[in-house]
Design a protein around this ligand. Structure first.
Ligand code: MF3
Ligand code: CO
Ligand code: CO
Length: 267
């Protein structure tokens, strides 16, 4: 395999030396998300959390991938309760029981680190906790399906089968993506699918898995701001995202929490 090779689906096969750059970028995204935990409290605004993230990215000498991306102006997406993804940080004040996803993408030495997690303000409902647990476990089951020779359909199936088995639904309007020296590249990583379908996974592929799971129906709509995606039925939605690289035997997670905080303390 020569340097810079693409599969016939346009998926880039990276070289062994490229993993180090992704680990560095992923580690910064994870470090910042670890620090965000202390800021998520009833009374905090989503804008204040975003300001912190913007400053931390700058302090680290890194670049935010989202500021200026297709006109987006913020260093994070913060998606509260029934917001599925791409929530815009601002004046919104968190209240007791809110659940939220914070999604950060940084660029370090040209490599992209993209990760998101759930947080809770105060004490969440039993249903909200269950949604968070199922969404986290769905992501991890997706990652466990990754190995050379498996397919992207195997990843989608692992997530869908588990989430629907828990009587929750998988959002189909947004997907994971290849990344590396670019933010969004082939393939579209669907969070639903059938075993054996889709492109074959190969060593050296870098991509995100970022399932969005709803307590109610899977349909979403985008608000007039052209970014904020919400559940049509207003049911709660959750998401977790890791950036990973395919190794000879499975996957390496680039965005692992340095202090094991990926899964939140649920109040
Ligand atoms: N980080 C998001 C993802 O997981 C993309 C955010 S794009 C933005 O792919 F412009 F909304 F920030
Ligand atoms: Co992503
Ligand atoms: Co993201």
């Amino acid at each position: 395999m020569n340097d810079g090779s693409l599969t016939r689906e346009g998926i880039r096969i990276h070289q062994p030396g490229d993993f180090a750059g992704m680990h560095k970028a992923g580690a910064l995204a994870a470090q910042i998300l670890d620090e965000v935990g202390a800021l998520v409290q009833p009374g905090a605004t989503t804008g204040a959390i975003d300001d912190f993230i913007r400053n931390r990215v700058e302090e680290a000498g890194a670049t935010s991938a989202t500021i200026g991306y297709r006109g987006y102006q913020h260093a994070s997406c913060i998606s509260v309760n029934h917001v599925v993804c791409h929530g815009i940080p601002g004046e919104k004040v968190l209240k007791d029981g809110d659940i939220l996803n914070v999604d950060v993408t940084v660029i370090v030495d040209g490599w992209y680190g993209d990760s998101s997690r759930m947080y809770v303000a105060g004490t969440p409902s039993v249903k909200a906790r269950r949604l968070i647990q199922v969404t986290h476990d769905a992501l991890m089951k997706g990652i466990e399906a990754v190995r050379p020779g498996a397919t992207f359909g195997d990843i989608g199936w692992a997530i869908q089968e588990y989430a629907e088995g828990q009587r929750m639904s998988v959002v189909r309007d947004f997907c994971g993506h290849g990344l590396g020296r670019v933010f969004h590249a082939p393939p579209n990583v669907l969070h639903f699918g059938r075993p054996g379908k889709g492109p074959v996974i190969e060593e050296g592929m870098f991509f995100t898995i970022e399932p969005m799971i709803n307590l109610g129906r899977p349909e979403t709509k985008t608000l007039a701001d052209d970014w904020t995606a919400v559940t049509r039925d207003k049911s709660l939605s959750a998401q977790f995202e890791h950036s990973i690289g395919v190794t000879a035997s499975g996957a390496e997670i680039f965005t692992l929490s340095p202090t094991n905080k990926f899964y939140p303390e649920l109040g």
